[in-house]
Design a protein. Structure first.
Length: 283
């Protein structure tokens, strides 16, 4: 009887091992099949980034033309800047109360735009025709196909893992936290792929353009107070008048001191008379 029981247990164990081997083989075959299908899932995801620097006749006019061309191609302007940098300034006397201000400045423009990738070459050709000459032009291509496919396959694995956790859910909190972490990772990878799709669909192009130095003349008020003084002859006549006025004031001041002047004169003659008499007595 014991022998029959041992034979039964041995047979059941052998059967279970064979079934596990078959299931493992099936899973490995399924994994291999999934890996083999990745080639068919792989799609081209090329991100294009262009850059141009060029000289133009008029920065403001070129900025307006570029904005119109970008909209015509179905693109958008993400950023633009127009600024003037003063190279040199000088003020020249124009008249008594005004100066001619001369300013030499350099105007530069910057536009960062997003253009449909399939129209990027056509758009850069249009930009080149607006330039006097091109200083620099470049194009960078970044292949994100593998990254995109990796995110997609990992998201499939996350969906399957969340389904398995939901099927075997229990009251332990670690399953809930694991499921939440997988869902957050799924969202992050999904957003990353959406960003890749956006960058693939619309290429970013940076346009730097400038014009020759421009000289601007402007009539401004003279802030030098010396320039507002009368001419030499006018000032000379005024000096004579001012001298006569000072002399008259001196006479008036002297008249107010006549008593002291009289005492001084009397003292002088008295001292002179006393000295003369002393000399005579000595002889």
């Amino acid at each position: 009887m014991k022998k029959y029981l041992i034979y039964c247990v041995f047979t059941i164990a052998m059967f279970s091992c064979n079934s596990k081997r078959e299931s493992n083989l099936e899973n490995s075959d399924g994994t291999a099949a999934n890996l083999e299908t990745t080639d068919s899932l792989l799609s081209e995801k090329i991100i294009k980034t262009a850059d141009m620097r060029f000289r133009v006749k008029d920065v403001q006019n070129t900025k307006e033309k570029l904005s119109s061309a970008i909209k015509a191609e179905g693109g958008t302007v993400a950023e633009f800047t127009v600024q003037s940098n003063i190279q040199q300034t000088e003020k020249v006397k124009y008249s008594t109360d005004s100066l001619l201000e001369l300013t030499s400045y350099r105007t530069e423009g910057l536009i960062i735009a997003k253009v449909p990738s399939e129209k990027l070459d056509e758009f850069t050709n249009k930009v080149a025709k607006m330039a006097v000459f091109i200083d620099q032009q470049s194009l960078k291509m970044d292949d994100q196909s593998i990254v995109y496919l990796s995110n997609k396959l990992k998201n499939q694995n996350r969906v399957e893992a969340v389904d398995q956790l939901n099927k075997h859910a229990n009251k332990k909190s670690n399953n809930v936290e694991t499921s939440l972490s997988l869902k957050d990772d799924y969202v992050d990878k999904k957003i990353e792929n959406l960003m890749i799709d956006s960058k693939v669909q619309y290429s970013t192009i940076t346009l730097n353009f400038y014009q020759d130095n421009t000289v601007k003349s402007l009539l401004v008020g003279n802030d030098d107070l010396y320039s507002y003084r009368p001419n030499f002859f006018t000032r000379l006549g005024l000096s004579f008048q001012n001298g006569w006025y000072i002399f008259k004031e001196f006479i008036l001041v002297a008249m107010n001191l006549w008593v002291w002047i009289l005492i001084g004169v009397a003292a002088y003659f008295s001292f002179k008379y006393y000295r003369k008499r002393k000399v005579a007595n000595a002889n």
